[in-house]
Design a protein around this ligand. Structure first.
Ligand SMILES: Cc1ncc(COP(=O)(O)O)c(C=O)c1O
Length: 251
């Protein structure tokens, strides 16, 4: 990138040389399908599980709570629709904010067409949601609060722990789109009380088209894509092994 000064790391980052080096063998040397039982498959399965451990460690989660996806948009869709469909007998109300990424906003709009009800919270002049407005928006049938960790346009960081405490008090799941936060901020999902979290590799020196979702073990969640049993039956599709190997926390 000689001669280019790039100032928009919120949009994307370049893949780090050392990350690319780790990824390369998985394109054409070790190209096995991770679901295959012979050695080429098993080797790639191990590479995936290694990466899962690394992501889990970075978030202070358990490896079995990490599922690989095609990026932040898919993780957001999965979180919002996966919770909505699994818990609709309990309620059909969702709370989010007006400044979410389109992956969250448009998932909510899709659900509205299916009879779900969504409250879009305002933010104050500093781009932060008002906790009293959040409390007031909660109804008996609220099943999910989805508030982003850090905003992609203005960089504001929401009071995640306070939001999760409100959600917990009312027995409501809490999802956070942390696509702009992972890699920049230390995130401990247990300490912060997060139930679901979205992240995307290309925001922290990994490749585009790969991400992950953290889903706390106890969350009642339903897969949204029909297909095979990959990712413990939560996300169908042959795993993107080079991408998953390239999904590592780093800056
Ligand atoms: C806050 C936020 N959420 C979600 C996304 C979507 O992530 P991806 O590009 O991996 O689909 C982005 C990407 O710009 C983002 O900034």
């Amino acid at each position: 990138m000689e001669g280019i000064r790039y100032f928009d790391h919120a949009a994307t980052t370049a893949v780090k040389e050392e990350v690319l080096k780790e990824m390369l063998p998985y394109f054409s040397e070790s190209y096995g399908n991770a679901s295959s039982l012979y050695s080429l498959g098993r080797k790639n399965k191990r590479a995936i599980e290694n990466s899962r451990q690394r992501v889990a460690h970075a978030l202070d989660a358990n490896a079995k709570e990490i599922y690989f996806t095609s990026g932040g948009s898919e993780s957001d869709n999965l979180a919002i629709k996966g919770i909505a469909y699994a818990n609709k007998s309990k309620g059909r109300h969702i709370i989010t904010s007006k400044i979410e990424h389109p992956a969250v906003l448009n998932s909510c709009r899709s659900l509205e067409k299916e009879g779900f009800i969504v409250t879009y919270l305002n933010v104050d002049k500093n781009g932060i949601i008002l906790l009293n407005e959040l409390e007031q928006a909660i109804r008996n049938d609220t099943i999910l609060i989805s508030i982003m960790f850090a905003n992609n346009e203005i960089g504001t960081i929401q009071p995640i722990k306070e939001i999760s405490q409100i959600a917990k008090k009312h027995n409501i799941y809490f999802h956070t789109d942390a696509v702009q936060a992972v890699g920049n901020l230390k995130i401990n999902v247990k300490e912060l009380g997060i139930d679901l979290l979205s992240l995307s590799a290309h925001k922290f020196y990994g490749p585009k088209g790969v991400g992950a979702i953290y889903i706390k073990e106890t969350v009642n969640f339903q897969r949204i894509q029909d297909g095979g049993h990959q990712e413990k039956n939560k996300r169908a599709g042959t795993e993107n092994v080079p991408g998953i190997v390239g999904l590592r926390k780093g800056n």
